[in-house]
Design a protein around this ligand. Sequence first.
Ligand code: DX5
Ligand code: ZN
Length: 216
Amino acid sequence: MQRIISPSMLSADFGHLERDTHMIDKSAAEWVHIDVMDGVFVPNISFGFPVMKAIRKATSKLLDVHLMIVDPEKYVTRFVEAGAGIVTFHYEATLNAKGCIDMIHQAGAKAGISIKPATSVEVLRDILPMLDLVLVMSVEPGFGGQAFMPEAIDKVAQLRAMIDQLGTNTIIEVDGGISSRNSRLLFDAGAEALVAGSSVFGAANPAAEIENMLQS
Ligand code: DX5
Ligand code: ZN
């Protein structure tokens, strides 16, 4: 299975966004994770299109957009137009997941759904064949720098079994509290992509921390 690291730009230095994006661009990370928060779905506000466009200009890597917003169907197409390669929205944020997935695909990107820690992987069984990615949250969405919730490892294993049983190519991504200390457990459980914010941008050598996660 492949191993992908997606550094979360939420932990970058926004006063030096171009510098930090270039640093990720030169690293072994394949994706760049973009956390969009609306202050309604989560109790925090991050950034939107102008910041994402600045990041888009500074890297050719795939932008892995994680929408923590209500009514994502209103915005998914614009995120694809702004350069997203993957658009992931929250299962808990919409009653129209299938419509949202269709809109993302029609706009030309890959579609993902994220589940909060309290949401069971079983809710995804019917829509899994439509999904390119499932993002398992290993913290409550809203803030970087929180402690990893180990229950996420079981969810990854359950999802891996479901994906293998259905025979789909869905990528499992995990987000929250991830570093080289727990990356191996997640890859071994069947994850293929790991998001890492504070562990990368807080490291003395971010590129080495990314390598350490990949080699763990
Ligand atoms: C949390 C975000 C995460 C966050 C991860 O709501 O979805 O992507 O930036 O940050 P760390 O790796 O510090 O937990
Ligand atoms: Zn995220």
